[in-house]
Design a protein around this ligand. Structure first.
Ligand SMILES: CC(C)(COP(=O)(O)OP(=O)(O)OC[C@H]1O[C@@H](n2cnc3c(N)ncnc32)[C@H](O)[C@@H]1OP(=O)(O)O)[C@@H](O)C(=O)NCCC(=O)NCCS
Length: 181
């Protein structure tokens, strides 16, 4: 799969070599300062977006399929994960470039973009909106589990097919292992 955006490579997790996936994992561990062991299994198949330097990945983001429910809508959502740039490459616009390509992809291919972050300002500049309503996880038995600690971290990107939404309403995502949001 090739996007038109200059300098951005895309690949599905299954298409990446073990070495490439390890490089991305190391980049994320350096950026976040924590281990990402088991992460790729937890989030499932992803489409990766990478800003490339000469032979190395400078910044990364990926998109996984999720279903966010709100106000009676069951929204096919492109959920953004693993947004990171190597610490020594930060502040040079690499992640902005990656996220512009991600935005373009989400707008065309999903009913909604979603993510959870502690750096809302970075995404706000790129058109993302903070969800103000209560957040929940839909458990496998159908129960709704409240995730109050995640309130204010969830952001959405409206796409070509997003219905009218009130961002103060409750929102839920399906359960998954690891990070729930
Ligand atoms: C957040 C992060 C991905 C930004 O990557 P980057 O390549 O340095 O970003 P850019 O150079 O494209 O910066 C773009 C803009 O975002 C701003 N920005 C960067 N980090 C920010 C933050 N933490 N909060 C608010 N704005 C931020 C920059 O100031 C810059 O703004 P400007 O163009 O007006 O100067 C990077 O700092 C990182 O890897 N952080 C650690 C991991 C992380 O927190 N990831 C996101 C969490 S979901």
């Amino acid at each position: 799969m090739v996007l038109r955006m200059a300098g951005i490579k895309t690949a599905r997790t299954a298409e990446l070599s073990e070495g490439d996936l390890l490089e991305i994992t190391r980049l994320m561990e350096a950026a976040f300062g924590e281990s990402f062991e088991g992460y790729w299994d937890d989030i499932g198949p992803a489409l990766h977006f990478m800003a490339l330097g000469t032979g190395e990945v400078l910044a990364h983001a990926c998109v996984v399929d999720r279903e966010l429910h709100t106000q009676g809508h069951q929204l096919r959502t492109g959920y953004v994960e693993g947004v990171a740039a190597w610490p020594h490459q930060q502040g040079r616009g690499h992640s902005t470039k990656v996220m512009q390509a991600v935005n373009e992809f989400l707008v065309e291919n999903y009913q909604l973009g979603g993510l959870s972050t502690g750096v809302n300002g970075f995404y706000a500049k790129l058109g993302w909106e903070t969800w103000k309503g209560r957040t929940y996880i839909r458990m496998r038995d159908g129960a709704l589990a409240r995730t109050a600690e995640e309130d204010g971290t969830v952001m959405i990107l409206k796409t070509k097919s997003t219905p009218a939404l009130n961002t103060k309403a409750p929102i839920s995502a399906e359960w998954r292992p690891g990070e729930l949001w």
